[in-house]
Design a protein around this ligand. Structure first.
Ligand code: BGC
Length: 728
């Protein structure tokens, strides 16, 4: 359908019909206009797969068996793969299943930057670095949208904490906004051609993001040329006039009073009463409808043949397993404890409640009704086979359901209450004290049992970490400590069995300082999707060589985090991002703060060397810069494996304050033992630019730039230098 035809269609719509198209008339859908062949627009969460179906106007699940789906690795897991192809493959599956389930838009991916490790939704995002996020979100969106469905990149923008997320007002410099917080969204829109974007709950500089003219009109539409639909976060609209005028296309919420949504009857009344100029209002409404029809047309919802999609295809499980494998990050492996040799293990002890827990049903709107989820305990048992006895001891007592939104009494999802921050807060003090007491008592026995069993096991694997009572929408963690007295358990276990393999399964960093020195082997595993448990087994037993890299710095604890030291977190009604551009490694590096594990870190069972770094300036004009980087990577160990070569750029004589270095390119390379490969990468103007507050644009200064070839943010293996002229 041409633009002209869309215009013609709009001219045939009544005002009421248009208004029906721009707000929810169900919890996840808007109304269509049957007489003109315009279907309803149906959305669904979320980032880890297509969410179960709810009743149209209630948060009670339909409860039939048809909506069990593939459960994908969470975004922080995907980011830990540092693998663009896997991001594309995951997107393809997500898009196919979205269409297969009859939806038009998937409310994913999440690309907010991890400003603080405590943010409850870190597991839904891709870490702390805008370049890594941008490189992964583009293929992810391409994969999704190949299936005649729209993505909905969220939450635009600065939704970096759950604490007071509905209203918190973010104060951030223009430079940090442009360099740190917007690039992921910009890449999704400009390179990924995303057709949907979701406004965030919070405010930016005094206006809610869902009707923030600067974000939605000036930046998104005018600067980036976005043609798709801006959807509100559920309950994110607070003002009819602002939503009308400032670029919000589709208002969604969690309540069932659909006709009373800001962009429903109140909008109609505003026009009819003359409170707003009718012509202006209708022109704005037409724009919104045009965006919706544009997307519907692109998805073949108005004419042409539309892809049908499907879900739970067995062929897709291989890609999901591969993503899970590549997300596992090996953090320590002294004395080569790993990989374990299954033939030598007659009795395997698995300690830790997380090994036996399914995480798919938790986390808030990212919850998944998974077709299956292979837990670590199941994965280990499947993998070692019948000659090994696998003994499980929970080690710590955890009575949490793993989903703070689950209301077991009414069987209703707690999302209806999610606009009311208090209800999402941790349970009241009296019940949490009682719970802690119960936990302490139970833990005594659980600890004893685990220690006893550890004595005569041939190998001990501990799987602990967090659950979705901690990594969750609607709530930040209070600190980075492990819950359920795990520090004591791990410490004691390591005394009895120093060779215990410690696996932490979580969606965000945890404080490991109580026992990290004592642990010889340490593995970080995320909520890695339905194949997560078996993928972990393959890594621990050596069938798969780990190649995950941290997409975020692991600080020693939350007190070291730049948002706390230089900025404000959690702040009050306002939160000032005083750390400016010094987020994640940009801070730890520049201010020389010791971390537990640096950004980009991860070990392998083989050894790689990177040598011969060369840089050649191919182009250096005011408009364009192009620098060719080459180097060799060799696998000098005895196993095949993959490494991630990371290129950081550092300005030697910066004219403004800059981070010590910034990630500007990376490549994941698979090598057989003894194999060497030459890698060539091109750095363009972006790699040398910063956002100037003075000229309000990205610019390059005349300077010497160091090109750093690195294994991670702390381990530079080679350096070379180039000169570039200023771009103006
Ligand atoms: C979340 C969104 C989600 C929406 C719909 C909101 O609470 O912030 O990420 O897509 O609900 O469930």
């Amino acid at each position: 359908m041409t633009k002209e035809k869309i215009k013609e269609l709009i001219s045939q719509l009544t005002l009421q019909e248009k208004i029906d198209m721009i707000h929810g008339s169900e919890l996840f859908a808007t109304k269509g206009v049957e007489r003109l062949g315009i279907p309803p627009f149906v959305t669904s969460d979320g980032p880890r797969g297509v969410r179960k179906d709810f009743e149209k106007d209630k948060w009670s699940e339909i409860g039939l068996s048809y909506d069990y789906v593939s459960y994908l690795p969470c975004n922080s897991a995907l980011a830990a793969t540092w693998n663009r192809e896997l991001a594309y493959a995951a997107g393809k599956i997500l898009g196919k299943e979205t269409r297969g389930r009859g939806k038009d838009m998937i409310l994913a991916p999440g690309v907010n930057i991890m400003r603080t490790p405590l943010c409850g939704r870190s597991f839904e995002y891709m870490g702390e670095d805008p370049y890594l996020v941008s490189e992964l979100v583009v293929p992810l969106v391409h994969g999704i949208e190949e299936n005649d469905v729209s993505s909905c990149v969220k939450h635009f923008a600065l939704n970096n904490q759950e604490e007071r997320r509905m209203d918190v007002d973010v104060e951030v410099s223009e430079r940090a906004l442009r360099e740190i917080y917007l690039p992921g969204f910009e890449a999704a829109v400009k390179r990924g051609k995303a057709k949907g974007i979701m406004g965030a709950y919070n405010q930016l500089r005094g206006t809610h993001c869902c009707h923030n003219h600067y974000l939605l009109e000036d930046i998104l539409r005018k600067e980036w040329g976005f043609e798709g639909i801006v959807v509100s976060d559920w309950g994110g609209v607070h003002d009819t006039q602002e939503a009308l005028m400032n670029g919000m296309d589709m208002e969604m919420s969690v309540t069932d009073n659909f006709d009373n949504y800001y962009m429903a009857n109140p909008l109609l009344e505003m026009i009819e009463s003359g409170a707003v100029d009718k012509k202006t209002a209708i022109a704005e409404i037409d724009k919104k409808v045009r965006h919706i029809l544009y997307v519907m047309n692109e998805l073949h919802m108005l004419d042409g043949e539309r892809y049908t999609g499907s879900y739970n295809d067995y062929a897709d499980k291989a890609a999901l397993r591969q993503a899970a494998r590549e997300s596992v990050v090996l953090l320590k492996n002294n004395k080569n404890i790993l990989p374990l040799n299954k033939k030598a293990i007659k009795k395997l002890l698995v300690v830790g409640e997380n090994s036996n827990r399914q995480h798919a049903p938790g986390g808030g709107s990212a919850e998944i009704k998974a077709l299956y989820e292979i837990t670590p305990l199941m994965g280990f048992t499947m993998f070692v086979g019948g000659n090994t006895e696998v003994v499980y001891k929970p080690g710590y007592y955890n009575e949490d359901v793993g989903n703070i939104w689950a209301n077991t009494e009414t069987d209703q999802n707690g999302q209806a209450d999610s606009l009311n921050q208090d209800k999402a807060e941790h349970k009241d003090t009296a019940s949490s004290e009682a719970k802690a007491k119960r936990q302490r008592e139970m833990n005594e026995n659980y600890l004893k049992e685990a220690l006893e069993a550890a004595k005569d096991a041939d190998a001990v694997i501990y799987v602990g970490g967090l659950t979705h009572d901690y990594d969750t929408e609607g709530q930040d963690r209070k600190d980075m400590r492990l819950p359920y007295e795990q520090d004591r358990l791990i410490t004691e276990l390591l005394k009895v069995r120093p060779d215990t393999v410690v696996v932490i399964q979580a969606g965000s960093p945890v404080d490991m300082s109580a026992w990290i020195e004592d642990a010889d082997s340490l593995v970080f595993s995320w909520y890695a999707g339905m194949e997560g448990g078996i993928a972990l087994a393959e890594v621990l037993f050596g069938d798969v060589n780990p190649s995950g890299r941290l997409p975020e710095t692991f600080p020693v604890n939350e007190k070291d985090c730049p948002a706390v030291v230089l900025g404000e977190y959690p702040g009050g009604d306002k939160v000032c991002y005083g750390e400016d551009i010094f987020v994640g490694y940009r801070y730890y590096d520049t201010y020389e703060v010791k971390t537990a594990f640096p950004f980009g870190y991860g070990l392998s069972y083989t050894d790689f060397v990177m040598t011969g770094l060369r840089a050649e300036v191919l182009e250096d004009t005011a408009q364009s810069k192009s620098v060719k980087i080459s180097f060799d990577v060799s696998n000098i160990g005895s196993r095949a494996g993959a490494t991630v070569s990371q290129i950081y750029v550092s300005d030697k004589c910066p004219k403004v304050k800059k981070a010590a270095k910034e990630l500007r390119a990376f490549e994941k390379i698979y090598l057989e033992p003894g194999e060497t490969r030459e890698v060539t990468l091109i750095l363009e103007k972006d790699a040398f630019s910063y956002f100037s507050e003075e000229t309000h644009r990205f610019c390059v200064d005349n300077s010497s730039y160091m090109i750093l070839l690195a294994k991670n943010a702390d381990e530079i293996v080679d350096v070379t230098e180039i000169e570039l002229q200023a771009d103006s």
